[in-house]
Design a protein around this ligand. Structure first.
Ligand SMILES: [Zn+2]
Length: 152
């Protein structure tokens, strides 16, 4: 059996940029709408998990990335320099961005595509709930959605 949570607590607004992409190489933002499914056995209270507890924990995990510029730290296409509380990001496209350190969240990813973001968020949730099967459904727009679940 599965439960699914979603809603305002599971929505984040973040900025990012890709490289070598006609439109998305320009810095822009998304209201990422995140739904999470949790699948497992019922406990002695006949629940998989308490809805509000699960929603709060997932919200805490993802709100770290809310109202931040998401920078993929493992990208081969960005050169990242951090000094004096400033982050300078130079892209292979020849663009240079400078952000206050506090506005940036680094992710251990090669890129901030919604495919990799959904897998990353999945892995963070899975760390806290290893006994359950977790599926992350992450919408970049209402009609562009990535779904990540682990292989069973
Ligand atoms: Zn985008």
């Amino acid at each position: 059996m599965k439960l699914r949570v979603s809603g305002d607590k599971l929505t984040i607004a973040s900025a990012h940029m890709l490289v070598k992409h006609e439109k998305c190489a320009r810095i822009h933002g998304h209201n990422y709408f995140i739904e999470v499914e949790i699948e497992g056995e019922l406990n002695e209270e006949n629940m998989i998990i308490d809805f509000s507890e699960f929603k709060s924990r997932v919200s805490k995990i993802i709100k770290k990335y809310d109202h931040k510029v998401l920078i993929p730290f493992n990208s081969k296409n960005f050169n990242i320099d951090i000094s004096d509380e400033q982050v300078t990001v130079s892209s292979c496209d020849g663009k240079v961005y400078r952000f206050p350190r506090e506005d940036v969240e680094f992710l251990p990813l090669e890129s901030t595509t919604v495919e990799l973001l959904s897998r990353f968020i999945h892995d963070l949730i899975k760390e806290e709930y290893p006994q359950f099967t977790i599926t992350v459904i992450m919408s970049e727009t209402p009609t562009s959605v990535a779904i990540y679940t682990e292989d069973k």
